[in-house]
Write a protein that binds this ligand. Sequence first.
Ligand code: C2O
Ligand code: CU
Length: 499
Amino acid sequence: LRLEPFVDALPIPHVAQPYEGRAGGKAKYIFTIDEIQQKLHRDLPPTTLWGYNGMFPGPTLEAWTNDPVTVTWVNNLRDENGVLRTSHYLDVDECIHGPSFSQKVPFVVPHLHGGKMKGRWDGHPDFQFPPGVNDTYVFDNEQRASTLWYHDHALGITRLNVYMGLAGLYIVRDEYETKLQLPSGKYEVPIVIMDRQLNRDGTLYYPSLWTGAFTGDFLVVNGKITPYLRVERRAYRFRILNGCGTRALELKMGKGKFWVVGTERGLRRKRWKTTRVLLVPGERIDVIVDFSSRRVAEKIRLVNKYPRSHAPGSPPLSEDVLEFHVIESEPQPKYKPPKALDTSVKQLPSSANMVKREFTMGEMQEEKCSGKVYRINGLGWDDLTEFPLVGSREEWTFVNLDSTHLHPMHMHLVEFTVLRRQPIQVTGDGTYELVGEPSGPLKGDLGWKDMVGVFPLEAVTVIVQFPDKGGGRFPYHCHILEHEDHDMMRQFHLQQLHC
Ligand code: C2O
Ligand code: CU
């Protein structure tokens, strides 16, 4: 299947409208999960997908710091006859953890990735619900301006539910960031990149049995395959999400430079000018691109340069992600984002009395299912071994024992900063030693994060800030959805202080 690139305009998901209150403030929403038909490309018939409120990606939910938002999620998945689904649209591998209890029923559980919320509303797989059922969550938004996203998190079928389309952006705004007057309104554009594999008839292809890596040939951006975006001769702000299951992206914009102003959890301390940026699955960046000195009719391509060696799975058919078409417009003065964006953002230091934990991650053999499984410290979902205290900081080291797979690690609820990266050498079954010199965070690691890419044969240490209230069990896992589903996902139990 070959599809002509740059023939569809980049769709901009609309901002969700509440049934009570107003978008961007205290508000109440209904998000219905439906089976939908949506055209992914000019030359394809509509594809069967799952969407929030009838669209893929879902509407962008805009919130304001400290203004709580209530969302009622309705699982309304029905088959082509309008009957509530008792089986998934895709084939479910019942051998892996999760689906074996549910007999292929398409349970859902929406998770706000990067959100600080009570455990009950975290999208924890314990609270997944079947078609015909709904659940109401409250997000307090007690957090700074940032680019979050929501996506499904059902146990053992997260990769399938997200692949069907259950994902969207959630943007938190605050006064501080608003005062910086970064490009806004129609000059602030979300870019959600997800890869998909299609059958000749335009239907989604996904393997029937669990596989450790899956990449699609087509890069779908905001719901269209390699689209174009018309831009004026001025600066834009792009909030970019790598929403792929397995594929890492290294984005480059023609020959030009751009500014990175934010990470997953908000503004960076300082702007960073670069020609390329790496985005592992689950990661977001906030960038400023200035088209003011571009010629009318100039075309600039956003391409993916991620080297094949690090990407489990094949490269896409082409590097193309998106093309910017510069339209006839009054050129605006050159724009630079402020040099110091948020000086309160600091890299957290390690200290001697901090609790230090270590997590080895790797592929293991197992008798059942496909014969292999991904694990953290060789343990599984029900093995609780981390009980951090509210308000504490801990040092967590993720050690990637695999020589080919990147593991993008994610922790729910918390934010962290990257302290150190160091190469390792595997010395035996599950054992390793550090080699060479440690290095500090990469340029792209700086700032508050909830994702960190751990490269093959590397140990990455982060300092985790646990929130000063709340409690309960929260997942942490690899964000390669195939790994998360089998079984590179565990839980920490946040504890209250007892005197
Ligand atoms: Cu974006 Cu637990 O995930
Ligand atoms: Cu992984």
